[in-house]
Design a binder for this molecule. Structure first.
Ligand code: BG6
Length: 491
């Protein structure tokens, strides 16, 4: 899978995402030999830069963040195809210049008219940028070539705004020209969920309400909001990652087998299960939100959310959210799905734990199984990529005592291949036109339908509870599970 003649235009090229993820990903792809020799990269931003200044910025970003070693000849080849267009999104002259740059690159680098436009900009600019692309003839592919738009989240902040955004984008681009990034889908371990379920025989028979007690999906981060106050305040944890990453993880864990591994079939199944998701009636009892307070993390004293630079000291934004969902279908009816995420938690870990019911009967005496937990399959998304199966085993000795043990699969031990960074994989897929790993409009809207009532409830009811940085979130989250006779895993 090597991309054919093509180029990438990045709007918002001075942003964090671009520097930390996109530029290094382009270099890593080139370094792995997955880009065509004439690949071209165009930056667009409000900066007074020449092409060389832009190339220098990319160079520094690559040096700092690329995964693969720096090789001068790869860099040189890539740098020759870098162009910069200064201007803002209202500026017709700048878009004319962009068009000229694209045409010049088609001629000088053989990009074949194939360009992807990456909108790494806040969503309020999407309408303007896509309309400018249309107006300046950049959205319509010349005969025999392609044009694609890559859109970063957030896709709106509720269903209504998402629908409006989608409408504008689709006035200009056909559905198959639009690639919405949910970078979790670019992660190896996330792609492996479907491999695990549908390339094997041993999991699927028990992957249902007859055997599964409940499922916990955790995305814990140790970092705070960093320099992202402007983006984060007013958005919060649930909109930031539950609406997209965690609901995608849930959909992959619960969907039926797609008839084929292609974008259409995946969409069909994901959509079906997302549409069956039910939000509990009593949202007060089945959702919890929190906000990090000052505390200690990794041996350092850290400030609380309300003391962070750029945050309104009265902010009600959630930096922690836990919700319970159910799925109303034959496979999952009655099985609770607990989703939680938070910043400034004990450690960085994302995992999906499928927790099984207890054995219906035990021939062993009660004391033998006293310590026994429930069987679980834990898909370790990150950072310790792999999977754990937990089950009971006899403790060596002269009596019959049974204790939990685990069996581990670790990427590092089983594979010599290294995992590409999520953005590498996704950028390559955009250039190849492979839409499997990109959520479609319908999924995004369906996910907002799940979240909207929860956000509305929260907006009308009080404030998030404070929780200490470096801990595992508000007590109310433990109480939420305790009421169901369960407890959160401590990954
Ligand atoms: C992003 C969120 O989508 O995912 C961030 O906007 C979050 O708030 C990030 O920190 C986490 O990504 P990863 O790949 O480090 O788990």
């Amino acid at each position: 899978r090597i991309a054919g003649p093509s180029g990438l235009v990045i709007f918002g090229v001075t942003g964090d995402l671009s520097r930390k993820k996109l530029m290094p990903a382009v270099y890593d792809l080139a370094n792995r030999g997955l880009l065509p020799p004439g690949f071209s990269l165009v930056g667009f931003a409000r900066r007074d830069w020449a092409d060389q200044d832009f190339a220098q910025v990319v160079h520094d970003a690559v040096r700092e963040h690329a995964r693969t070693p720096f090789r001068e000849e790869v860099w040189q080849q890539l740098a020759e195809g870098m162009r910069f267009v200064p201007g803002d999104f209202d500026d017709d002259t700048a878009f004319k210049q962009l068009r000229e740059a694209v045409e010049e690159l088609n001629a000088s680098r053989g990009t074949g008219g194939n360009f992807a436009f990456y909108l790494s900009v806040p969503p309020r600019f999407f309408p303007k940028v896509v309309r400018q692309l249309k107006k300046h003839g950049l959205a319509d592919p010349p005969e025999g070539s392609w044009r694609r738009a890559v859109i970063e989240k957030p896709f709106g902040h509720d269903l209504k705004s998402a629908e409006e955004l989608n409408k504008v984008v689709h006035e200009v681009f056909e559905p198959d020209q639009v690639f919405r990034i949910d970078h979790y889908l670019g992660k190896e371990t996330v792609q492996n969920i479907l491999a695990l379920r549908f390339a094997n025989q041993m999991y699927e028979p028990v992957w249902n309400r007859s055997y599964v007690d409940h499922v916990q999906i955790t995305m814990a981060e140790d970092i705070g909001i960093g320099g992202r106050a402007g983006y984060y305040d007013g958005i919060g944890a649930a909109r930031d990652v539950i609406q997209n990453h965690l609901l995608q993880l849930m959909a992959l864990t619960t969907m039926e087998e797609p008839i084929a591994f292609d974008a259409e079939s995946l969409l069909t199944e994901k959509l079906k299960v997302l549409r069956s998701v039910r939000v509990p009636d009593d949202l007060g009892a089945h959702t919890v939100r929190g906000q990090y307070a000052a505390g200690w993390q990794g041996g350092e004293e850290v400030v609380g959310y309300l003391q962070e630079d750029g945050i309104d000291p009265k902010s009600k934004t959630d930096t922690y959210a836990a919700i319970k969902l159910e799925i109303d279908n034959r496979r999952w009816a009655g099985v609770p799905f607990y989703l939680r995420t938070g910043k400034r938690l004990g450690r960085r870990v994302t995992e999906i734990a499928v927790v099984f019911q207890r054995a219906p009967h035990s021939p062993f005496d009660h004391t033998a199984t006293e310590e026994l937990g429930q069987n679980a399959v834990v898909i370790r998304v990150q950072p310790d990529e792999g999977m754990t199966v937990r089950f009971g085993s006899k403790v060596p000795g002269t009596s019959m005592e049974i204790r939990d043990v685990s069996m581990d699969f670790a990427y590092g031990e089983s594979f010599t291949e290294s995992s590409p960074e999520a953005y590498e994989r996704l950028i390559l897929d955009v250039l190849l036109g492979d839409a499997n790993l990109f959520p479609r409009t319908e999924e995004v809207e369906e996910s907002w339908k799940i979240l909207d009532p929860i956000e509305e409830y929260w907006a009308a009811h009080g404030r998030p509870a404070q929780y200490a940085s470096g801990g595992w979130g508000p007590e109310a989250a433990d109480e939420m599970l305790a009421r169901d006779g369960r407890s959160w895993r401590r990954p």
